[in-house]
Design a protein around this ligand. Structure first.
Ligand SMILES: [Zn+2]
Length: 296
């Protein structure tokens, strides 16, 4: 009974909420710096870079937003997406892969992204089956640790970070423009979803947030997977919240607390006002990590 209400909460506040917002508000474009643009309202945050022969895209949104995304990219430069980079496999970041692949885009992602997309996935926390992706949308170029994209006059190194949100998380840094996309390793201003079923963990999220802090500067424009554009100080606050959460879960689980006790005690209440108003409400953040950490 309790569990069912959590699931309802999650569905209402995360995937469903995003979907509704995307449909209601539509996809919008915000210029960032140089020839880089942010697309929001299509699921995960998308970056577009305009090059001399086409567009580079980071993440491809939800599949039901593809038409809206393409309507926006058509207005930028030559319009056609020639290269797509996926930060991880989740469907709100890979939803336009198939269409873009069919149109000839090169798709780059970490090798675990391709494996999970090709196989199809069951997301136990959402009780959601994700079918194998049509081969046209699968990454055509994979990497294990790192690489770089040269596009126009921009060089964008990318790098896999150890399992955290999933086991295929990569970040990409447009060096000249100093714009950084952290994928779903970063949720700005809300508790992040962690995909324990894809080898994710809170410990990994906390460790990677610290790593990202070393990759960015005060002047870096930081694009989270979800939430508004961030500054380094936002990432610092986020890293501190993750570290505090990790500590609380370790201690409460070691002390034998039940999930219901933790949810009643609200041991993270100092953080809930700021971080618990987004996709994951405080009781869902507790349920997610309690379930994930108890198993491991
Ligand atoms: Zn994700």
């Amino acid at each position: 009974m309790l569990r069912r209400s959590f699931l309802r909460n999650i569905v209402a506040s995360s995937a469903g909420g995003l979907l509704l917002r995307a449909q209601a508000a539509g996809v919008s474009v915000t210029p960032l710096r140089d020839k880089l643009y942010l697309l929001t309202g299509a699921g995960g945050n998308i970056i577009i870079q305009e090059g001399p022969d086409g567009l580079l895209m980071v993440d491809s949104g939800l599949s039901n937003s593809t038409a809206d995304i393409l309507a926006q990219t058509d207005k930028i430069g030559k319009g056609n997406v020639t290269t797509l980079f996926n930060t991880h496999w989740h469907t709100d970041h890979t939803g336009s892969n198939v269409i873009l692949g069919q149109k000839g885009a090169k798709i780059i992602a970490q090798e675990n992204v391709k494996t999970r997309l090709a196989k199809g996935q069951y997301m136990a926390f959402f009780k959601r089956q994700v079918d194998p992706m049509d081969p046209a949308g699968l990454p055509s170029e994979t990497f294990k640790d790192k690489g770089k994209i040269k596009f126009g006059n921009e060089t964008a190194p990318y790098q896999w970070l150890p399992p955290a949100h999933t086991d295929g998380d990569a970040v990409i840094h447009f060096h000249n423009a100093n714009v950084f996309h952290g994928g779903d390793l970063l949720f700005n201003g809300m508790y992040p979803f962690i995909d324990y079923g894809s080898a994710g963990s809170l410990a990994g999220m906390a460790a990677n947030a610290e790593k990202i802090l070393k990759m960015v500067e005060d002047s870096t424009i930081i694009i989270p997977g979800h939430g508004p554009v961030a500054k380094k100080s936002d990432v610092k606050e986020y890293a501190d919240m993750l570290a505090a959460s990790l500590d609380v879960f370790h201690k409460q689980i070691a002390a034998g607390k039940t999930l219901e006790q933790m949810q009643a005690d609200r041991p993270l209440k100092a953080y809930d006002d700021k971080w618990g108003q987004g996709m994951l409400k405080p009781e869902v953040w507790i349920a997610l990590n309690y379930g994930g950490m108890k198993k491991s």
